[in-house]
Design a protein around this ligand. Sequence first.
Ligand SMILES: NC(=O)c1ccc[n+]([C@@H]2O[C@H](COP(=O)([O-])OP(=O)(O)OC[C@H]3O[C@@H](n4cnc5c(N)ncnc54)[C@H](O)[C@@H]3O)[C@@H](O)[C@H]2O)c1
Length: 381
Amino acid sequence: MATRKAAVLGAQNLFRSSSPPFTRNLHASSESKKIVGVFYKANEYASMNPNFVGCAEGALGIREWLESQGHQYIVTDDKDGPNSELEKHIPDLHVLISTPFHPAYVTAERIKKAKNLQLLLTAGIGSDHIDLKAAAAAGLTVAEVTGSNVVSVAEDELMRILILVRNFVPGYNQVINGDWNVAAIAHRAYDLEGKTVGTVGAGRIGKLLLQRLKPFNCNLLYHDRLKMDSDLESQIGAKFEEDLDAMLPKCDIIVINMPLTEKTVGMFNKEKIAKLKKGVLIVNNARGAIMDTQAVADACSSGHIAGYSGDVWFPQPAPKDHPWRYMPNQAMTPHISGTTIDAQLRYAAGVKDMLDRYFKGEDFPAQHYIVKEGELASQYR
Ligand SMILES: NC(=O)c1ccc[n+]([C@@H]2O[C@H](COP(=O)([O-])OP(=O)(O)OC[C@H]3O[C@@H](n4cnc5c(N)ncnc54)[C@H](O)[C@@H]3O)[C@@H](O)[C@H]2O)c1
């Protein structure tokens, strides 16, 4: 595995670009396109559900449609390194469809090699696996299916909050291991009611989570670049905290709901974590690299963080010796929250719609653009 330092540098490198600026026309011609999709492989699970379109075998359910129009569609899960299947197709692909669940890291070097590349589509939300500045400098369009899995993630976050608050995982493990020890669970199990929950980022997912938390009678706080209008704020029942450092020590539970950007990479380092209440619970389904990996593991070991749960790691797939696999009081999973069958159907439909518009030379829905005409979406600048 890469060392921790290399992993952090790797995450940070996604935000640095050395590519010279040049432009490529998004709708250069109507000829046949080479489209490459990179998705996780499902093997024996592929045939278990006809709606399982998000895997490599399901290929977003668009193979027949693309091929009937004369386009070439190559799908693989082999994405890392110079000998990977993806690397082979980099020099002549026109469109790359990738997904955050099995991220194809699109570096400045790959962009430089991809002379025919015009369009990078993310099947899901969060395009931080792409060097967005290099993509902008190269005149590429980057778009994702904004909103496609926000309910899926908000529901999952609510589940993770309850799993941590009730100390669920050690109880489940007791059952598996043939044990029975109520005290081992009960000494650190609480009610959610009355606790202070703060979301760092209150965009689409953050707002849905706050709405779902309201009936639990918590004290709800949010920090964001943008304050909600006061009607929405009072309907959601959350208080705006302009100063993140002032919000952090108030919270029993922190949920991360902002994108991975130059400003948020490594934001939760040792110093930031020291500002959190001792015994805080953290849920992070946003991006692993928003956290300093080792600082989180150390704070879980010391008990400063009493529980950490999320589905996002850096890099992905997480190596076998990733420290979060071994830290105490974690309730981690692979990257799953935004890839429910319902979410897959929504983001597959969104990708198909954007491809259709691309072939016809039409614009995408404005909220889908992450990079357009050399400009990054505002929160990535
Ligand atoms: N685990 C999953 O399966 C999964 C699925 C979908 C999205 N995500 C992650 O969740 C993130 C949020 O998704 P969303 O749909 O709510 O996005 P969104 O764009 O609707 O909301 C993001 C919010 O973060 C705020 N923000 C951005 N930079 C900030 C900063 N530096 N400080 C404070 N606030 C900041 C924005 O103002 C915005 O309100 C995505 O970017 C993605 O990384 C994960």
